[in-house]
Design a protein around this ligand. Structure first.
Ligand code: 3HC
Ligand code: NAI
Length: 705
């Protein structure tokens, strides 16, 4: 609910605006602010004005939810509001505390003076949502802090501590605590000077020109072209900053506006805005209100000190939470502890951690072979072998030793969390926490909600994820949960394409050119081809009707499990992570094709990408309809944070929506004719078919649904 108040401090009107939680400058706020500013300008008893935000922050900028809607342009738009401020005949001072970003900073740049508190952070993060500052930021900021600093702020997009601008015309004063009293004092002084004939300073009247500008722009363009080839916004930011240095202000402003509108409708900006809201929506659970009480997590335990267990332990240690690490044997425990210590020492060597901080982290780890040591843990995460019998044994033990109220979590990637919970007397305390490898680095955490998982357990783990700096997405129980259930279909298609004529390198190259961090074969080599082999063997028993290419089994029979064995789909050299095409694999694939009686054909990159991405989309539609995922945007977040899906495409569901679901279904129909190994594969999931037929889209209800 927007609110704008105006209070007199002597002859100064202090106008305070608020729009919880971040004082975004939506239409209602803009209308009310303009009215309050006009009233103060018209009031003869007022000689100066201070503008400030409610709740200890200035503003996070324009209301991103309005973008692409008529409300964004409805008068007064942000640019109109800034013109009103800048052309005020009375001095206007921005009093800035806390966050001051995007349109919020641009509003302050329209003011004649700015007073910031030392806790304030200023920035123009528009580039992160595929835009440029569209309310004068690219024109006024370079005029106040210079082109080089403006390039850094605008292209970096990060909030910058106000004190870094203390010596520039951007800030008239920097104060500890509340900036309003200092802003009122400044407005009082300046209004007296102004009454005596001194003109009001306006950013538009400063100059950003200079001989150093051209080389700076060349350097910035080269850097951006090399790093952000897929993103249109950074180059446009540079174009707009160049205009600030080379064109009259109003011309530059009009140019900035045209670039802003152009970027607003690019698929990249739409995707990045989608991702922004999707990430925030993922933490919300329809039937678990944010007010749900959570349990205290002060101490953790991890069972199994293998690849995942040691990574999970590291994650807790980095968050300052003590961890007991339990193994069955001293050797395995020793290996796990050594892995943890190596990572911590590596961080010290790279200068990411001080020796003192590393010592503190190390001291938080307690290795043990004794279940009795788990008695004080508030959460216990199991990361032992992926065998139901082993998991059952572990949970039966946990039931005996864990204190009442402790959360019992499993890191299983495929097994039935409900069946694991049923081995305890407290299934309400059991939950899945599916970390991704390497667990201390990957952002994604799939939180698997069992049939009986208590709401406060779920709320606690979602909160814990934030403490651990993970992006949590809730998944229901099913084989593979959201991410791996989808990737199975993607890998099936990738393997079918080898049978039909593609090479691993061709498949990887096509999907990497689409933007994936890594193609399916490089990814499998990294994760270990034996993992998929293990799953396929299980599938062959559980689902004999599901067709797989046996080519991956032939590879595993050669012991080519990937990087860890020096060879997989590619060859690897010692100390070199590059993947080199393998003659052995080419021969193996050729032999396999002959055994199938297939004549190899050239598969074009577009077909490769469509088959892989639409395989993901079709399975995702089923996941959504079954209620395994709460909302389409959660699936996008899983793929953006856990599977290297290109962020600028917004995730598989956002991409499918952008392509159009009707077009997706039509393409699947074509693919079913090209690829006939498994005719069932390309049958659209009922939800996809329905949405395509009715002109709907997965994310139509919005990521905030
Ligand atoms: N518009 C609309 N909603 C916004 C918003 C914005 N600019 N910024 C934040 N929100 C919403 C979030 O969606 C979230 O909503 P929810 O409670 O319904 O999930 C809520 O505010 C709180 O946000 P966070 O969870 O992100 O809170 P944090 O405290 O972690 O972070 C923040 C606060 C640093 C302000 C962060 O939200 C942020 O970076 N926001 C985006 C800032 C931004 O991009 N500003 C530029 C906007 S574009 C612009 O100004 C165009 C102009 O140049 C014309
Ligand atoms: P791993 O084989 O590297 O480690 C398992 C560890 O558990 C071994 O050190 C073993 O000694 C120990 N262990 C076995 N039984 C035990 C018991 N009864 N008590 C205590 N310790 C025991 O396996 P990894 O890869 O770490 O996987 C662990 C779990 O995490 C599995 O459920 C797996 O499916 C899951 N997972 C694995 C991912 C991966 O990429 N490796 C990713 C996500 C989940």
């Amino acid at each position: 609910m927007s609110s704008v108040t105006s209070v007199r401090h002597g002859a100064i009107a202090v106008i305070q605006f608020g729009e919880p939680p971040v004082n975004s400058l939506g239409q209602q706020t803009r209308v009310a602010l303009a009215a309050a500013i006009n009233a103060a300008i018209d009031d003869p008893a007022v000689s100066g004005i201070v503008i400030t935000g409610h709740n200890g922050l200035f503003s996070a900028g324009a209301d991103i939810r309005e973008f692409g809607t008529p409300t964004m342009l409805a008068a007064p738009n942000l640019a109109d509001l800034i013109v009103l401020v800048e052309s005020s005949p009375k001095p206007i001072v921005a009093a800035i505390a806390g966050t001051c970003l995007g349109g919020g900073l641009e509003l302050s740049l329209g003011c004649h003076y700015r007073v910031a508190s030392t806790n304030a952070k200023l920035g123009l993060p528009e580039v992160k949502i595929g835009l440029l500052p569209g309310a004068g930021g690219t024109q006024r900021l370079p005029r106040l802090i210079g082109v080089e600093a403006a390039l850094n702020v605008i292209l970096g997009g990060e909030p910058v501590p106000a004190k870094l601008f203390a010596q520039t015309p951007l800030l008239a004063a920097l104060v500890d605590g509340d900036p309003v009293p200092a802003a009122v004092a400044l407005a009082t002084d300046r209004s007296a000077e102004h009454a005596a004939g001194k003109p009001l300073p306006k950013a538009r009247e400063f100059s950003a020109a200079g001989p150093h500008v051209e080389p700076l722009l060349i350097f910035a363009r080269n850097t951006v072209r090399a790093t952000y080839a897929a993103y249109p916004a950074p180059l446009k930011c540079i174009d707009a900053i160049e205009a600030a240095a080379t064109k009259p202000f109003d011309e530059g402003l009009a140019y900035e506006r045209s670039l802003f509108v152009e970027l607003m409708f690019t698929p990249v900006s739409k995707a990045l805005r989608h991702a922004f809201f999707a990430e925030r929506a993922a933490s919300k659970i329809a039937d678990v209100p944010e007010s749900t009480p959570v349990r205290d997590i002060r101490a953790a335990a991890v069972i199994g000190a293998g690849t995942m267990g040691s990574g999970i332990a590291l994650t807790f240690l980095s968050a300052g939470i003590p961890v007991v690490l339990l193994e069955t044997g001293a050797d395995a425990l020793q290996r796990g502890v050594a892995r943890i210590r190596d990572v911590i020492e590596g961080q010290v060597k790279k200068g990411r951690l001080t020796v003192e901080a590393a010592t503190i982290r190390g001291a938080l780890l307690k290795p043990t072979l004794d279940y009795a040591d788990l008695a004080e843990a508030d959460i216990i995460i199991e990361a032992v072998f992926e065998e139901m019998s082993v998991k059952r044994q572990v949970f039966a033990q946990l039931d005996k030793v864990a204190k009442r109220g402790a959360i019992l979590a499993t890191n299983t990637s495929t097994l039935d969390v409900d069946a694991i919970a049923a081995t305890t007397s407290r299934p309400a305390d059991v939950i899945g926490t599916h970390f991704f490898s390497p667990a201390n680095i990957m952002k994604l955490l799939e939180v698997v909600r069992g049939r009986e998982t208590a709401k406060d357990v779920l709320a606690t783990v979602m909160k814990l994820a934030k403490t651990l700096r993970k992006t949590a997405v809730v998944s229901g129980v099913c084989d593979g949960f959201i991410g791996n259930r989808m990737i199975e279909q993607y890998i099936r298609q990738a393997l079918f394409m080898l049978d039909e004529g593609a090479s691993p390198a061709e498949v990887d190259a096509a999907v990497e050119a689409f933007g994936f961090a890594m193609g399916p074969f490089r990814m499998s080599d990294l994760a270990g081809n034996d993992i998929g082999w293990h799953i396929r063997k299980r599938r062959a028993i559980e689902r004999p009707d599901v067709m797989y290419s046996a080519v991956a089994d032939r590879l595993c029979e050669l012991g080519r499990f990937g990087q860890k064995t020096g060879g997989g789909w590619y060859d690897y050299k010692k100390g070199d992570r590059n993947a080199y095409p393998s003659g052995v694999v080419a021969e193996l694939i050729e032999k396999h094709r002959s055994s199938l009686g297939v004549t190899a054909r050239k598969i074009e990159p577009k077909e490769i990408v469509d088959r892989l991405v639409f395989a993901l989309v079709n399975e995702a539609a089923a996941i959504l309809e079954e209620g395994i995922a709460q909302r389409a945007s959660d699936i996008d977040i899983v793929y953006l944070t856990g599977y290297g899906f290109p962020v600028y495409r917004g995730g598989p569901m956002c991409y499918a929506d952008e392509v159009g679901l009707y077009t997706v279904v039509q393409r699947m129909r074509e693919l079913s004719r090209i690829h006939q190994s498994d005719p069932a594969f390309w049958t659209p999931s009922p939800l996809l078919a329905r949405l395509a037929a009715t002109g709907g889209s997965f994310n139509a209800a919005g990521a905030r649904s």
